[in-house]
Ligand binder design. Structure first.
Ligand SMILES: *Cc1c(COP(=O)(O)O)cnc(C)c1O
Length: 404
């Protein structure tokens, strides 16, 4: 030990980081980042190896769509590469306002605000709308950005069992005399299991107990509902959800998040959502790509793309089932293949990768300890031959590891 004021012993104040890292490495749950060379496509090159890509959220193949690309390039030519300020100072371009109006129309709501990401949309909105005197009732598998937003709000947080409407009602009954505002919040599609929230029943509860209803439709935007209009459209719950969040980073193919709701909600978020106030707005190229994506979704071709996504999903799941895989929960293009132990899931993923299929392992803290899995995501851009080949390889490697 060194005495205060002397510099005899050199200590590393970040020693704990090194120790924790070494522990993770020893357990085999510290995978390296996979580096993509070239475009995000259904077949692409990661770490120098060509693989069938079941790892991205590029549901409709729009990350490399020629129309989005063209819109982006034109925006760069016309408007440059940056917005130059936060939205509330000088960073609101006409492109941003046009995109918000376009999304609001698409989602059949009064108004929309676009954020830099889905993460900031959730975190910024929950913390702006709720305060420490309020109650948040949240599905246990909700996304990290909802959890962080809930914590930032300082509201009381109560978690209901996954998709369990009765458990949600139990909490609301126990808080019948709670003086503050109440929010029920759920993912529309759950990102790690691919299942869909019981939205109509949760809306019933929100109406019965006077709650605000909020849905995070990150994995449903461009996937569920007519032309990918989301969970609300899928269940025909129009007008029953006060706050709808979506992402522009998954099926929409670019980057960003948005909140849809009443004009007043959006005008309030313009004034109080901290990522909107304190972080610079999208560059023109991003806003323009998103506009092109929604124009596409709003056309017959968009509907066709969404249908293709679902046809591919059905085909891939059928091929996997034939090979003994079960995925009890999935109702969407997200296909979780349960393994259990973290290290085994990472081994499975590594062996698949070596055999030309990229399906990432997901372990703690993304999912609970002991619930590690592979997560495969189907895209409309996959060809049948890709999906068939991927299912064959999954079957072979899965058998080798005793997973099926
Ligand atoms: C991906 C995701 C987000 C975050 O969206 P980004 O635009 O990538 O920040 C939020 N919620 C859910 C449920 C997600 O799956």
């Amino acid at each position: 030990m060194s005495d205060a004021g002397t510099m005899t012993t050199k200590t590393n104040p970040l020693q704990h980081v090194t120790e924790q890292l070494n522990e993770l490495r020893a357990k085999g749950v510290a995978p390296k980042l996979h580096v993509l060379e070239g475009e995000q496509r259904p077949v692409c090159v990661f770490d120098g190896r060509e693989v069938i890509n079941l790892a991205s959220n590029n549901y409709l193949g729009l990350t490399s769509d020629k129309r989005l690309r063209k819109a982006s390039i034109e925006a760069v030519r016309k408007y440059g590469v940056g917005a130059g300020a936060v939205r509330t100072i000088a960073g609101t371009m006409k492109l941003h306002m046009d995109l918000e109006e376009q999304i609001a129309k698409f989602k059949n709501v009064e108004a929309c605000v676009v954020f830099q990401s889905g993460f900031t949309a959730n975190a910024g909105t929950v913390s702006a709308v709720l305060g420490k005197e309020d109650l948040i009732v949240s599905d246990e598998l909700n996304h990290a950005s909802i959890i962080d937003g809930a914590r930032l709000s300082k509201a009381t947080i109560k978690v209901f069992k996954h998709k369990d409407v009765q458990d949600c009602e139990r909490i609301l009954q126990e808080h019948a005399n709670f003086p503050g505002k109440k929010l029920i919040i759920t993912d529309g599609v759950f990102s790690m299991d691919g299942d869909i929230a019981p939205l109509p029943q949760l809306c019933d509860l929100a109406e019965k107990y006077g709650c605000i209803m909020m849905v995070d439709d990150a994995h449903a935007s461009g996937v569920l509902g007519r032309g990918g209009r989301g969970t609300i459209d899928h269940f025909n719950c129009h007008g029953r959800v006060h706050i709808q969040v979506g992402t522009l980073s998954k099926a929409i193919g670019s980057m960003g998040g948005y909140v849809c709701g009443s004009r007043d909600l959006i005008d309030f978020l313009y004034l109080r959502a901290r990522p909107f106030l304190f972080s610079t707005s999208h560059p023109p190229a991003t806003a323009a790509a998103c506009q092109a994506a929604f124009a596409l979704l709003d056309s017959p071709e968009g509907e066709k793309l969404v249908k293709k996504l679902w046809a591919n999903t059905k085909f891939f799941k059928k091929e996997l089932k034939k090979r003994g895989f079960q995925f009890k929960s999935s109702e969407t293009p997200i296909v979780p293949i349960h393994v259990g132990e973290g290290a085994k899931a990472f081994e499975f993923s590594r062996k698949l990768f070596e055999a030309g299929v990229f399906a990432p392992a997901v372990g703690y803290p993304t999912v609970a300890e002991g619930k590690a899995r592979l997560r495969a995501i189907v895209s409309a851009a996959h060809k049948r031959e890709h999906l068939l080949k991927a299912a064959e390889v999954l079957g072979e490697v899965g058998i080798g590891l005793g997973v099926v």
